[in-house]
Design a protein around this ligand. Sequence first.
Ligand SMILES: Nc1ncnc2c1ncn2[C@@H]1O[C@H](COP(=O)(O)OP(=O)(O)O)[C@@H](O)[C@H]1O
Ligand SMILES: [Mg+2]
Length: 367
Amino acid sequence: MASIRIKDLVKRFENGVEAVQNVNLEIADGEFVVLVGPSGCGKSTTLRMVAGLEEASEGEIFIGGKRVNEMEPGKRDIAMVFQNYALYPHMTVRQNMSFGLKMRNVAKAEIQQRVNEAAAILSIESLLDRRPRELSGGQRQRVAVGRAIVRKPAAYLFDEPLSNLDAKLRLQMRKELAQIHQQLQTTTLYVTHDQVEAMTLGQRIVVMNEGKIQQVATPMKLYEAPANRFVASFIGSPAMNILPGKILENGQQFQSHRSVTTYPLKTTANQAKLPSQGLLGFRPEHLTLDASHPRIGIVDIDLVERLGDESLVYFQLDEQNCTARLPGHAACQAGDRLSLYLPEDRWHLFSAHPPHEVISQGCIAKT
Ligand SMILES: Nc1ncnc2c1ncn2[C@@H]1O[C@H](COP(=O)(O)OP(=O)(O)O)[C@@H](O)[C@H]1O
Ligand SMILES: [Mg+2]
């Protein structure tokens, strides 16, 4: 096992695209870190540079404390699992899993033992003599993971390994990957565009956008204390509501642009530093019909979606599209006028200017 350190990493493609811009990241020995962000933000490029499949334009990569920039992929002692499983079609599962070890001249008995161990961990013992075309998508993905496990590498790199699976299988494999990590404790860098996958798998999460790291934190910290508007909107579903407006009364009050909403801010930030404009963010699940909290607005409901345990209520507030997540039986329907309230510790205030960094917030993150 080994730590991974990425220092001032840049990737500039020949067409001028700067896919990765000054990325710095440390993954501790045995840690599971997830790199998450929208399509095209530079996740795969970052991972491929760590793997050695792509050359870094600038910066350094260390695996187990050793600089690997000039080292060939095969020498870096890492195993990578891709979205398309890339199994050899003419080989059996056992041969697919053994191949990498055979190439490294590992003794036959040892190969046998490692393949059997990995097969047991992944519950694919009964598939060892089949060929890939005789396997389901989920089984193939298991074999691809098995091929990585038998190598006993210093670190695993995963690039959207579950994207080709249907929703149910994705959930199951997600749980299995988490369990495998608990068991093997191998350093892992896992790439996905799926925020739920990131939240459930990552001990720490790296949120990336447009080639830059936006925030590195534990899942709960990301949710409770997003560093900027991008992270706030990306993590959590439905996305956080955002209302542009003015900060008044020496930082004690927020007023939306058209004065539709005024909301009290109990801010702990140095109020002399608060700007006159900002974005108020609040999550759909924190809106409530409970009038003991400050009111965020009186709204006309556009649409109600009943999901059983909850109802998603859509409305406009000061011309912004907003959502409230209310209990399943919440007594409201499209066309109704509704008063919505927000607990005093459930707001976030972001700068009015890009990158819209957080200025202050009502809740203090615990983790
Ligand atoms: N070989 C390449 N040549 C030029 N541009 C590329 C190449 N590979 C990726 N890119 C660009 O770099 C950016 C990041 O790509 P990528 O790392 O694949 O994103 P992600 O994995 O987050 O979806 C994108 O804008 C993509 O179009
Ligand atoms: Mg990608």
